[in-house]
Design a protein around this ligand. Sequence first.
Ligand SMILES: [Zn+2]
Length: 116
Amino acid sequence: MHEFSIAMSIIEIAETEAKKASSNRISMMELDVGTMAGIEYYALDTALEMATKHTILENAKIVVNKLQARAICSDCNNEFDISSITDECPVCDGLFHEVIRGKELKIKSIVVESDN
Ligand SMILES: [Zn+2]
């Protein structure tokens, strides 16, 4: 499962960040995941729940921000929500557009707790 390997890399990053802060506790982590990042949100949630067991993220609150993908039409410059790369512009039915948001998959923030 693709989402499972993503969950594993997220845990790795979290562990590195905690180590940098000389802590072994993370209370919260926030992720930005675009609707066109190629991720199934449900699968990612499940993967995170499974993969974080017995890791530094086991008790952390993990928030996944779902970012609706947006595109700009190359013909009329209209900006619109897009769900697939083949979507047409709702104004001019143009097929060409540039995706300006929604392909991201990143860690927005990590809250590391200090040990004292
Ligand atoms: Zn258009």
